[in-house]
Ligand binder design. Sequence first.
Ligand SMILES: Nc1ncnc2c1ncn2[C@@H]1O[C@H](COP(=O)(O)OP(=O)(O)O)[C@@H](O)[C@H]1O
Ligand SMILES: [Mg+2]
Length: 364
Amino acid sequence: MSVHLAHLALSHFRSHLRTRLVLDGRSVVLAGPNGSGKTNILEAVSLLSPGRGLRRAAPEEIIRRPQALGWKIRAEISTPDGPHLIETWAEPGQSRQLRIDDKAAPQIALGDVMAMLWLTPAMDRLWLESAEGRRRFLDRMVLSFRPDHAAQTLAYEKAMRERNRLLRDNVGDGGWYSALEVQMAEAGAQISANRRATLALLTQYADRDGPFPVADLTLDCSAPMQAAALAQAFAEGRRRDMAAGRSLIGPHRADLGAYWAAKGIAAAQCSTGEQKAFLISLILANARALHDLRGAAPVLLLDEVAAHLDANRRAALYDILCNLGAQAFLTGTGAEFFTEFGSRAQHFLLHERQGESCIESPAL
Ligand SMILES: Nc1ncnc2c1ncn2[C@@H]1O[C@H](COP(=O)(O)OP(=O)(O)O)[C@@H](O)[C@H]1O
Ligand SMILES: [Mg+2]
């Protein structure tokens, strides 16, 4: 049984004044010119998973200009346990609200309703840019398997903020540090274990004979990964950290490495197209693993992915998505990128009229 969006309604959400999509579980193609509101729809769907969505936008940014009223997303999700209703919205100047099945809920509960993964053009430079982006990318994959990873990360960061304050205040008495360092070490060891388990799963589910090349992944972290050794490393590093005014080692500095064994080069040295292909094969491995572990494929948001691929690779990607039974949302500037889907997807055409996104009735 698949988990999919059956109905999506946006109100005053960026370029969408009022948009409604009635969906049947097939993949969803959104085609239209630049600025027609395709990514805005993907962003709205991404806000049905924990966190700030695929643009990491503040609720205030999303408010439709120039009216500047509150925005709202309403989605009906079909799952094997029955339908769920998710409503999330923000009024101007206020934080985002969330209700699941008519009850106020914390964001983490969204992960129980459905799993979601995405690829955006902003990730095209993932292998070239800072470790922070790769860590965030890795941690989203970890979260898809281990929702408790969010709590471990929060616990680690809270203890680290307190330790950093002591370091900046030049507190020399070790008694102030020990308890915080033990908290950091315990949460940190769990974070590293979650990340390593995720890399093992992604390796296990990689399709090395598939159409998209697979990179070998490494978790690069100079700090020990076991709690006791990590606590000791924090204690031994106090003087150095005090000079820097912050904690210089730990899982918050880890990096995701990717290496193309067949060519003997790091992902960063590969062509732009190859780097994109690594991301696609990773997302697909993640989706296959989730399909086996949760019994349903995740919802996939693939923004401007099709345009990067030649016709053969596009056809192969659509076959994989259909075989997985995943509801994938794909965007592109022209309907011609999606002909290989045929009737296996629902096709929508978008255009912009006077600053407002309009959707034409589904092309059959
Ligand atoms: N808060 C907002 N209020 C009104 N329009 C917005 C807001 N944020 C973005 N937009 C507009 O949404 C339009 C469509 O954006 P997007 O979905 O990214 O287009 P695309 O179809 O190229 O993916 C853009 O023209 C942008 O100006
Ligand atoms: Mg876009």
